[in-house]
Design a binder for this molecule. Structure first.
Ligand SMILES: [Fe+2]
Length: 191
């Protein structure tokens, strides 16, 4: 079962997702959808766009959720969405954290997983580039363990970026422009 956009937004309220994270999640959804539309336009790849969109809306919904012992982001999201019967979304969300790309077991493999992963890596509170997103992370002076993940993940994320942009005939600048236009003309009332 896949929730509707209205149901996903209701979950933001249920789980007290901060407004900044709601905004981030909406942007990730719009970037993901842009990738999906352009990939479908230029290739034979077909994307479950409804699943991808609500997956993006829900991928960080654990910001204020209490963790069970041993759970880290996004384990709680995966558990809660599975319990709600949203299994497909739970599976999709599981592969989005940065470290997932380093772990063959949970690395994004399906197109929906790859697109959500990449869209999240070019979005903070605005849509930016992958390079800019990594620059912001590097400026945080993360603990050494996280810095190692960041350094190891960077070339793999860049490879994914190259693959998607090549197939979808897109550039970062075009994605940023398309999403800004979406917000201005179609999605202004979504929040
Ligand atoms: Fe995110």
């Amino acid at each position: 079962m896949i929730p509707t956009v209205a149901q996903a937004k209701a979950l933001w309220q249920t789980y007290h997702l901060p407004i900044t994270k709601q905004h981030h999640s909406l942007l990730v959804a719009l970037v993901s959808r842009t990738f999906a539309v352009y990939l479908e336009r230029y290739t034979d790849i077909r994307i479950q766009k409804d699943l991808l969109f609500v997956g993006a809306l829900l991928h960080d919904i654990d910001k204020k959720m209490p963790n069970l012992p041993g759970e880290t982001h996004p384990d709680v999201v995966v558990r809660v969405l599975s319990d709600l019967g949203y299994k497909e979304v739970a599976v999709l969300v599981k592969t989005h954290p940065l470290h997932a790309i380093l772990d063959e077991q949970i690395a994004p493999k399906e197109w929906e997983e790859k697109l959500l992963f990449l869209a999240d890596k070019m979005t903070k509170y605005d849509v930016i580039t992958v390079d800019e997103r990594f620059r912001l992370w590097n400026d945080e002076y993360l603990p050494i363990k996280d810095q190692r993940i960041l350094d190891a993940a960077y070339p793999k994320v860049k490879r994914l970026e190259q693959e998607v942009f090549h197939l979808a005939h897109l550039t970062s600048e075009e994605v940023i422009k398309i999403v800004k236009n979406d917000i201005l003309h179609q999605e202004g009332d979504i929040l």
